[in-house]
Design a protein around this ligand. Structure first.
Ligand code: AMP
Length: 492
């Protein structure tokens, strides 16, 4: 079996790897490190969790140990799609570059330009950046990319999702033609293929097994629910989430709760907190210092529930998560695999719940096709109050059987029987949450509101933004239909 000592890495790096407790390289490391050390371009088709970060940081540290950085001219560049991933790469450098005198700078949004500029001015060996922030610095004339000898593009497929590909192309063009490129992507979409053909030169291609299979250590459970009305599904799902957490009790040591939209992330976190659960949100619109603090609290165990969007949580290395909840079924099947892969890591067991409503059916089909098996259905521990037959909606249903009245009187009485009107939400934050659930996503679809200097993890058509609800959405209040019918019959 290949050992780290067989790969040609420098002695200081090997010592740091040993200190980190690793002796056997993962397949992507065994495949990528030797050609990288030879100066060849590498195309790694690998997902997060495969050890791919070390597959580029280790050879880079070895290669950069010779030579010195010059002011404003970084010798190497690592591009990552989100601030958290960039910060994670920086941590990897800190771990493995101990003992090597390499300097690094992290250029991410939400951090002051001044501090970052001072570091660049002094000269850095490794520059780790999100694409938007890097171009900001470049445009301010504070940075020259002509000294870049090694350029890494990490999570290229996520860059594509986030609309960063034009930025990446521009950055490629600003670096010397002779640079070495180490390029990583989980999938090879046609657009990714196009840029690798354009910018990589005879790369060594290493493909590690696609993670379309889910780990055997994860127990997957599907909890299906049919809300009485479609616009009640978010509120019902919050009830179900709490009921599962209560049922699993201590077995649910900690959890990541995934939502499809940033608004939903906020609503769910707020609602959980209100119900006494220790939860905090993480998504691209939050202040960087807050995101870092939340993440650190979750990592060190002082925060039990992390409510997250896909973009914010993508690739985060958080060991030891007992539960994952898909509060929303992800619309992209691969996100399901990524999400549930946050638990059951390194041979540990984990539980992944997916809460689904009827409108999720087509996404569930896609997920089950991808993972090649159905997600086993489990019990729904929550009983809606309506099932006890004593709420306003039951009365409303009974009302449907009564003889018809005139359109005006009916319309009026209908309104007064509307559960929203007859029984106003007493649960204030949840009531507010309900209103926000029905709101369209505030971000414009297909456009970052402020790409420069804002959240780097928002892109054109970024998945975090979610679909906009048009007009009334799919829900048409029943009183509208009723009065229309009545008018028709009157006209007839
Ligand atoms: P990555 O895919 O880079 O996000 O790495 C996923 C996790 O694997 C991280 O926690 C790494 O510290 C860990 N890791 C990296 N290389 C190895 C290795 N050779 N053996 C065991 N774990 C590793």
């Amino acid at each position: 079996m290949t050992k780290f000592t067989d790969l040609g890495l420098g002695p200081k790096v090997l010592k740091a790897v040993e200190a980190a407790g690793y002796d056997t390289p993962t397949p992507i490391q065994a495949g990528a490190i030797p050609p990288a050390l030879e100066g060849r371009d590498v195309l790694g088709i690998a997902q997060t969790g495969t050890g791919k970060t070390a597959s580029f940081t280790l050879p880079m540290i070895t290669m950069l140990s010779k030579g010195r950085a010059r002011a404003r001219m970084p010798r190497s560049l690592v591009l990552a799609p989100t601030r958290e991933l960039a910060a994670q790469v920086a941590e990897n450098f800190d771990t493995y570059a101990q003992g090597s005198k390499l300097t690094k700078a992290l250029l991410i949004g939400g951090v002051s330009f001044k501090e970052q500029e001072q570091l660049i001015d002094r000269g850095v060996d490794v520059l780790i950046a999100t694409p938007g922030r890097l171009l900001d610095h470049f445009e301010r004339g504070k940075l020259l990319l002509t000294g870049v000898q090694v350029m890494v593009v990490d999570e290229a497929d996520r860059m594509l999702d986030m609309g960063f590909i034009p930025d990446i192309e521009r950055i490629f063009e600003l670096t010397p033609f002779t640079r070495q490129t180490l390029f990583f992507s989980a999938t090879m979409a046609p657009e990714i293929e196009r840029i690798t053909n354009k910018f990589l030169s005879n790369p060594e291609k290493i493909e590690v097994e696609r993670q379309n299979t889910t780990s055997e250590t994860i127990t997957q459970i599907l909890v299906k629910h049919t809300p009485k009305r479609r616009d009640m599904s978010a509120k019902d799902k919050r009830e179900i989430l709490r009921a599962i957490i209560e049922r699993d009790a201590e077995a649910c040591k900690n959890a990541i709760v995934f939502c499809n939209r940033k608004v939903e992330v906020d609503v769910v976190a707020k609602s959980m907190k209100k119900h006494g659960l220790d939860a905090a949100p993480i998504h691209g619109d939050l202040d960087q210092s807050q995101r870092t603090a939340t993440l650190n609290a979750f990592r060190d165990g002082s925060l039990r529930f992390l409510v997250a969007s896909d973009v914010a949580a993508r690739g985060l290395d958080i060991p030891d998560v007992s539960h994952v909840f898909n509060f929303d079924v992800p619309s992209h099947s691969e996100d399901y695999v990524h999400r549930i892969g946050r638990t059951g890591r390194a041979g540990k067991t984990g539980v992944a719940y997916t809460i689904a409503v009827p409108s999720d059916e087509k996404y569930l089909d896609g997920i089950e096709r991808l993972i090649g098996k159905p997600i086993p259905e489990g019990d729904n521990p929550w009983t809606p109050p309506g099932r006890r037959g004593d709420d306003a909606q039951e009365k409303e249903a009974a009302e449907d059987d009564k003889p018809k009245r005139t359109s005006r009187s009916r319309s009026r009485s209908r309104k007064s029987e509307d559960p929203q009107q007859a029984a106003p939400e007493t649960n204030a934050p949840d009531a507010e949450a309900e209103v926000r659930d029905a709101e369209p996503a505030r971000d414009a679809r297909g456009g970052r509101r402020s790409r420069r200097g804002g959240g780097d993890d928002r892109g054109r058509g970024g998945r975090d933004d979610g679909p906009r609800v048009k007009g009334l959405g799919d829900h048409v209040p029943s009183f509208i239909e009723m009065s229309f019918e009545d008018r028709l019959s009157e006209a007839g």
